[in-house]
Write a new protein. Sequence first.
Length: 459
Amino acid sequence: MKVCLQTYGCQMNKLDTALVEVALTNNGYMLTDSVKDADVVIINTCSVREHAEQRVRSHLGHLKHIKQHKADLVVGVIGCMAQRLGAELLDDGVVDIVCGPAQIPQIPDLIAKTLREKQKALAITDQIRKPTPPDQADALEEFETIYGPEEKTLPSQAYIRAMRGCDKFCSYCIVPYVRGPETSRSPQAIIAQAEKLADTGTKQITLLGQRINAYEYKAGDKTYCLADLLEMLSQIDGIEWLKFVTSYPSEKYYDRILRAMADLPKVCPYLHIPAQSGSDKILKAMNRGYTATQYLDLLAKARQIVPGITLAGDFIVGFPCETDDDFQETVALVKEAQYKSCFVFKYSPRPGTTADKRLEDTVPLEIKKQRNYKLLEVQEKISDRLSKKFLGQTVKVLVEGPSKKPHLNLAEGKNYPQLVARTATDYIVVFNGPTSLAGQFTTVKITKTSPLTLFAKLE
Ligand code: 5AD
Ligand code: SF4
């Protein structure tokens, strides 16, 4: 039996897919990249914006067409969209299995049952905001540990989930409704996983959580925060770089995390810390719980405690009632923040969120597009200026592997293929070098820059 897995969305989803892949291979399935070859197609889905859901729907349309000639094909939808839409996804005939993020440990059984009994299967959480029942929590924990060295998406790099869910309820966001309550995994489980990964050559670990800085685990009278976790992970031989995403701009544990970054050489000086808007009115309507000034103060503190830190952000443009003046405040914040890069998204109303229930999507699409473009333009100038500072510098990078779409061909190493690597501060560096460097640390000299990419030659 051959299974084809396809993933939409964030790192959390990519990690879930990796786990499902191991579970399926452990159960005797073979993996294939080709839908045509597959007996089973599983789509891991994202609900964060409508566009992400539309892409899945059009893909399902394509699968429906294939199913006309291949009636036995089993199609499964897993992840956030499965949890959000549930049985509705089974309606149009193409989907056989619907499985939410909390039920993914059941995937091998659901597939086997569907193949055997030729019946549709639905496994989602009925009341998503209720605490996860202990048996389900145990199943998820056990599922997490099947992650092994062969699942690394990039050589020598691995992701470990530190937290599940989110309790923040930003008014626009679907995550709390599809990923459930915020829970932190035990430090023991995370450390055990990291040790196993280190034993098989992992050099960089990235901890994942929707609000990773809120990591908090109580054991007896000790409460572990992210700084404690970073300290424990730092002691593992073989692990050289530690990263974590995504940070929420709040004071809780912030000083301790920044101190850990400053004091522990393995903790990379990089924060992805979304502001979402620079207007206090919009931040309030988004239920973000901070003002633009408070946010900028946090960035200033980060720069003071961790010299050389790089910052990245996320913004939503065209949130309901965002005026031109509000948008100008966002532009001003971006100028002040001096991010290395930022992502900009057009507001997309998500059913069931408070913004969707209480606020009309007032900003026309054309204006959202203009603001999106403008903000990226402002950021590009900043990125370009910050990148140029690297010219002539020698930097340490961890090599990911050959570049998928080659950039300019550097004369210095034209006998070699083009490789992609990253700095500790998350800059992308491209240079020509032997593919044997994939998964290795090396030093390169920056010879050319663009806003988002540094070009280099091997030292
Ligand atoms: N519309 C547009 N962007 C959104 N994001 C989250 N929810 C929405 C939405 N409803 C963005 C935020 C978040 C990123 C992952 O996606 O900027 O940081
Ligand atoms: Fe969504 Fe806010 Fe939670 Fe991030 S912190 S996942 S934006 S609710």
